[in-house]
Design a protein around this ligand. Sequence first.
Ligand code: FAD
Length: 593
Amino acid sequence: MKVIEKIRDAAANDANRVVFSFEFFPPKTEDGVDNLFERMERMVVHNPSFCDITWGAGGSTADLTLEISNRMQNMVCVETMMHLTCTNMPVEKIDNALSTIKSKGIQNVLALRGDPPHGQDKFVKVEGGFACALDLHIRAQYGDYFGITVAGYPEGHPDVIQNGVVTEEAYENELAYLKKKVDAGGEVIITQLFYDTDIFLKFVNDCRQIGITCPIVPGIMPINNYKGFIRMTGFCKTKIPDEITAALDPIKDNEEAVKAYGIHLGTEMCKKILASGIKTLHLYTLNMEKSALAILMNLGLIEESKISRSLPWRRPTNIFRVKEDVRPIFWANRPKSYISRTIGWEQYPNGRWGDSRNASYGALTDYQFMRPRSRDKKLHEEWVVPLKNVTDIYEKFMKFCLGKLRSSPWSELDGLQPETKIINEQLGNINLKGFLTINSQPAVNGAKSDSPTVGWGGPGGYVYQKAYLEFFCSPQKLNALVEKCKSFPLLTYMAVNKDGTWFSNVNQTDVNAVTWGVFPAKEIIQPTIVDPASFIVWKDEAFETWSKGWAKLYPEGDPSAKLLEEVQRNYFLVSLVDNDYINGDMFVAFKDI
Ligand SMILES: Cc1cc2nc3c(=O)[nH]c(=O)nc-3n(C[C@H](O)[C@H](O)[C@H](O)COP(=O)(O)OP(=O)(O)OC[C@H]3O[C@@H](n4cnc5c(N)ncnc54)[C@H](O)[C@@H]3O)c2cc1C
């Protein structure tokens, strides 16, 4: 979705709603990229309207920016705006970048001239390239597909600031040029950082006077450390009000105090801006989360305990799959894997799982087992211990369910989902008995849709779900459970081993909605289903995780790895639904086994 539409939709729903966004830049190392994505995951749960990623000076990060944009939009599932500059970019390269992001379902571009490459003072147009943002020919080439944002400079562009002064004529030329950028298709303006809020407010007023009517989003850079602040304001020729200099001078060597002041200052600036009637904020995060989130918390725009989800899983932002609203439950803890395995689908299920169950999933590849290095490290720390027998394995699973471990080879997420905590004691018990759970949800019978543990879909509705358990267990335990299930007719199960031996009390075509929601003036939404056809696809990934996700962390030939592979060969994967979401207690079925 275009950023302008997001801003307009927010205002149409609630004139006081504040729209905020985060800027990131491409890190220099692979570890840095891993860290950035972890941070981004933590930040996007607060529902920024969009996040953007910069294009390194002189086009130095072109490939990385393209890759990060793709992952942001399609894996992190946050609306992504990619910066694109003219520096060192012949037209073919610009076209290549634009057609690449278009093919990845990204719809937003911040069109810029760009800074000169490092070591060069002045911007020089590359041969066969463009001279300014106005030239980027996005509209001419791509019609209405892209949402275009352009840069604005409340204090004037640094090129026209001489000894801290901009002549009136230069300032007016700048404004007139900005208007040209808007007339040429710019739908939103994001401003350069500033620390004098009055200058920003005057700039907005001046823009309105010459007929610029689009949203002008203030770029706020929290002060994180003194040296960085001086370097950045020097580079951008930003005015530093006297009171800021006076506040920073005595604390400039105390990093914590500078950060705290940065949060205070950022909060006060935003308050003043919001009070003027502007309802958009753009935070230059410098790839750090604390200050940006602290400012938003101080403003009451986010709350740690109130994270709202539009669906039980993060809704996609890719333009080709924005309507998707049904998924099988099996990948609940591996959403990125699900996205990668369904990326080639021409249509995504919407409203009902329906015929989509016949769509073919992408092959299982090593990609589904790739993890950021930090995650691998955590798994090593938490899961790689000598395993003498299966009870050592049971214990690992139990500890994860009790929240004593943060990582699991079967999950891409950090720790447990909030709703799992409702049943974690019971989960711990059955894991110790050898039912090794990898997915679950408690029964919910009409909880408010803004409940912090089980809610989704925003306020005003009610959500429901059937209790669900998915686990590995030995054939003996499966037999015992199947016997027990005969006394619990509302329990439905599917069990399969690595080779495909199958037991079930449902038909191969039975699709079971296990999560649904009822909202004012809407049809029932049923975002999660249990479906035998998808379970068969999922089981390969689930079994493969024993070896590729866990055993492979041990040295080759290690006896613990051999034990894990034995479990992989012998155990069954079981999916169990308690269809009595009102009075059922599926854990009773595990008693005395
Ligand atoms: C929000 C934001 C994000 C940024 N992200 C990046 C990034 O990712 N990578 C990066 O390298 N840089 C980035 N920059 C910096 C930016 O590239 C530089 O400031 C650059 O020098 C100007 O880019 P621009 O798109 O604003 O330039 P333009 O809008 O093209 O203008 C540049 C200057 O030339 C003048 N000018 C150009 N053509 C005309 C004309 N026809 N008539 C009158 N005046 C004209 C303008 O008035 C202005 O002074 C960003 C800046 C901002 C504010």
